[in-house]
Design a protein around this ligand. Structure first.
Ligand code: HEC
Ligand code: HEC
Length: 206
């Protein structure tokens, strides 16, 4: 757990320092009453990229998610019901209307799939596991945002691994049916299933 937190912090610090310093310019975003959608989004760009396509690896791409998912997870970060390294503090700085503006800005942008390494030998098995346990709510091989369940195809693997770890530890609550599928899958296929799944998601680069 401590190790995981440190790793997360390390990965994020590495990316944040490498990115433009724009993200830190407005550490009191709630003073920006009346700001346009894109002005609000400037605060996010240093970490998530100008159009929400993050350069990773522990920072997720946030373009092209569903509006409901986006609004909901920002609320949950602010409340602390979804664990986070930085988003809790970030999300607390915005009003409900501003979160809706941010969602409008990012939902309209295309989800750009990450170019990242994966194990080609595991892709086929990962696809089968996905179809069996996950496709029902993460449609089109995890590409569709329509189920309000986030996007997994082309999402950064280290970010996804962090989510799996948080779901597994009960720090992030999965919907009941998903929790059951995850549990069934891990019981039948073992932890290697997660390597196969993430290889499958990472293999979707177009
Ligand atoms: C300092 C870097 C940083 C900044 C600035 C930042 N984020 Fe994040 N964001 C992250 C990280 C890291 C995560 C993963 C959760 C965590 O550990 O905090 C994340 C997760 C998210 C997610 C969840 C994506 C998913 O697939 O579930 C959303 C939505 C999001 N951020 C929106 C925003 C918005 C909107 C802003 C600007 C108001 C913003 N972020 C600013 C680093 C940042
Ligand atoms: C019954 C529907 C359902 C099934 C089945 C399901 N999920 Fe989910 N999943 C969801 C929903 C809804 C969310 C959004 C949860 C939230 O708001 O925190 C989600 C969120 C996620 C996230 C977080 C995405 C992000 O961007 O942070 C991951 C990772 C994930 N699911 C993986 C899986 C995997 C892997 C499987 C198959 C083993 C699976 N899910 C099966 C409904 C489902």
């Amino acid at each position: 757990m401590v190790y995981k937190t440190l790793t997360k912090a390390f990965l994020i610090a590495g990316v944040a320092f490498g990115a433009s310093s724009g993200a830190y310019a407005a550490d009191a975003p709630n003073t920006m009453m009346g700001a346009s959608d894109s002005m609000l989004a400037n605060t996010c760009a240093g970490c998530h990229g100008t159009d929400g396509a993050s350069s990773g690896p522990a920072i997720p791409t946030i373009a092209g998610l569903s509006n409901d998912y986006f609004v909901e997870i920002m609320k949950e970060y602010a409340e602390g019901t979804v664990p986070s390294t930085v988003m809790g503090r970030m999300a607390q700085g915005y009003t409900e209307d501003e979160i809706k503006q941010l969602a409008k800005f990012y939902v309209a942008k295309p989800f750009v799939k990450a170019k990242q390494d994966f194990d080609p030998k595991l892709v086929k098995q990962g696809g089968k596991l996905h179809d069996k346990y996950c496709e029902k709510c993460h449609a089109e091989g995890g590409q569709s945002a329509e189920d309000d369940a986030g996007v997994m195809a082309g999402q950064w693997t280290p970010y996804l691994r962090n989510q799996f770890a948080d779901f597994h530890a009960g720090l992030r609550e999965a919907p009941k049916k998903m929790a059951k599928k995850l549990k069934d899958m891990l019981a039948k296929e073992g932890d290697a299933a997660l390597d196969a799944l993430t290889s499958y998601y990472a293999s979707q680069q177009k």
